[in-house]
Design a protein around this ligand. Structure first.
Ligand code: XMP
Length: 504
């Protein structure tokens, strides 16, 4: 007889938090969102802690180096996607680890023979109005000049005009040599009234750029997540197929934590991967595993040695696994079950294995609910895909700006290793879609906005940190009718009022 889970399979929107008593000390400024990333023994601390409970999904459309840096600056961690060649993934990790705050490696570089039309297209796509020009168009090519919006007039100039005709050539640019400190670079910027300063090496190759506007923003990064060498913390995805080749490259590149990226992780493949890592690196390499959706799956991965366990099958915005295969579980029910198992395991074994809730966050309040239900941290794809820093194109579709966002199980990503059950190196059928998400601007201001709400709700629950939230939260299921009551209802909304769209 099949096993039937008690109750229904619920998701976040079916729950609400009932406020608890809050004292005068419960103010958002006093709330800590610190959370453990990897397992620890009773009485000890996690070797890796995040300052905010957010990680970005192991996805091509989400976690590239630029987003990883922006998220680490806010106190969270990205997992660079593994659906690419191991060398390429390691290169991205290295890019994050070698990033020096304030020194920006160009992600929109021109060649002298490109045209004004190319400049405008690139500006539209990336949102950058300052673009360096190098001989071969690469971020570290021979520096030829710089283009800013002051160098052309769209209404007057011919779109076929060549970049070399209107750029400020290298000979007229003030540059600084590689090795210049951030303070010295900023002094040059101020002394010469510049907006940006290209940094070049001894052979005249572009290394990075320092922007005047970044200097001020850099002073306001109280949560940034740095290692002991003052490099940003970054994670990297791995799979259960090529770990013997991929893991050494990622470790050498400096990845701080790994995560097995699999659509269904209650499998011997995951144990074999964890065994291999323990055999070759002991406990020095931290690695999370998943995804699972029940207590049995959690216990299997915890006992197999996972440093954290990731929950979620089919709840992601671009996922169609449930429709295609009929497997999965409502994200809230899965999370509640797994967090209970984590606490029981801690009681029995004295080892706390953090739980990550992966996918399905639509509203900011879903973040608070997931944390109240027991998640130590969250993984989000769609949420981060909307920001400037995600690696995908920004497009104008029907008059609105959107960013591209596609699933790892889509035909576009071709991430066979995430879905593979037998090693035939192809996606037998798709489990994800290719889509657009509304463009939302810079990561920093969005994350700050979301977490302000999380902190505020925590205060309503009388909680000043995430442990307290879990202990004190009172959670209730809501009926379909009370869901209607929760939104604006029985009023005629003014067209100009956009405040009813709280999706983040
Ligand atoms: P959100 O809702 O944040 O979800 O966009 C991101 C998570 O979805 C998972 N993922 C997929 N699941 N087919 C799936 O069934 C896919 O193509 C796919 N791509 C990503 C993944 O766990 C991610 O973190």
């Amino acid at each position: 007889m099949a096993h039937f889970f008690e109750g229904e399979s619920h998701t976040f929107s079916e729950y609400l938090l009932v406020p608890g008593y809050s004292s005068h000390e419960n103010v958002p400024q006093g709330v800590s969102l610190k959370t453990p990333l990897v397992k620890f023994r009773r009485g000890e601390h996690s070797a890796l802690t995040m300052n905010i409970p957010l990680t970005s999904a192991v996805m091509q459309a989400v976690s590239g180096p630029r987003l990883a840096i922006a998220l680490a600056q806010e106190g969270g961690i990205s997992f660079i996607y593994q659906s690419q060649a191991p060398e390429q993934e390691a290169k991205m990790v290295r890019e994050v680890k070698s990033y020096k705050a304030g020194f920006v490696v160009s992600d929109s570089t021109l060649t002298p023979s490109m045209t004004l039309a190319d400049v405008l297209e690139l500006r539209n796509r990336t949102g950058h109005s300052t673009m360096p020009v190098t001989e071969d168009g690469s971020a570290h090519g021979l520096f030829c000049g710089i283009v800013t919006s002051r160098d052309y007039r769209v209404s007057r100039d011919d779109p076929s005009k060549r970049v070399c005709e209107f750029m400020t050539p290298a000979q007229q640019c003030i540059t600084a040599q590689e090795g210049t400190t951030l303070k010295a670079a900023n002094d040059i910027i101020w002394d010469h009234k510049l907006n940006q300063l290209p940094i070049v090496d001894g052979e005249g190759r572009l290394v990075s750029l320092v922007f005047r506007k970044d200097y001020d923003s850099h002073k306001s990064l109280p949560n940034e997540l740095l290692d002991e060498h003052k490099s940003y913390i970054v994670g990297a995805g791995i799979n259960t197929r090529d770990y013997a080749e991929r893991v050494p490259l990622l470790v050498e590149a400096g990845a701080d934590v790994l995560c097995i990226d699999s659509s269904e992780g209650f499998s011997e493949w995951e144990k074999l991967t964890l065994d291999w890592i323990r055999e070759h690196y002991g406990n020095t390499v931290k690695v999370g595993a998943g995804n699972i959706v029940d207590a049995e799956g959690f216990r299997y991965l915890a006992e197999a040695g996972a440093d954290f366990v990731k929950v979620g099958i089919g709840g992601g915005s671009i996922c169609i696994t449930r429709e295609q295969k009929g497997i999965g579980r409502g994200q809230a029910s899965a999370l509640i079950d797994v967090c209970r198992a984590r606490d029981e395991y801690f009681e029995e074994a004295g080892v706390y294995v953090p739980v990550c809730s992966d996918g399905g966050i639509v509203y900011d309040y879903h973040m608070t609910l997931a944390l109240a239900m027991g998640a130590d941290f969250l993984m989000l794809g769609r949420y981060f895909a909307r920001f400037d820093e995600s690696p995908t194109r920004r497009l104008n579709v029907n008059g609105s700006y959107v960013k591209e966002y596609w699933g790892e199980g889509s035909a576009r990503a071709r991430n066979w290793a995430r879905y593979d059950l037998g090693g035939d190196k192809r996606l037998s059928f798709v489990e994800g879609v290719d889509s657009y998400v509304p463009y939302a601007g810079p990561l920093k201001e969005n994350v700050e906005g979301s977490l302000t709400k999380v902190r505020s709700t925590m205060c309503n629950c009388g909680a000043l940190d995430l442990c307290e939230l879990r202990e004190k939260a009172k959670i209730t299921l809501v009926s379909a009718t009370s869901l209607v009551e929760g939104g604006a209802h029985d009023v005629i909304l003014k067209e100009s009022d956009s405040s009813t769209n709280f999706r983040s």
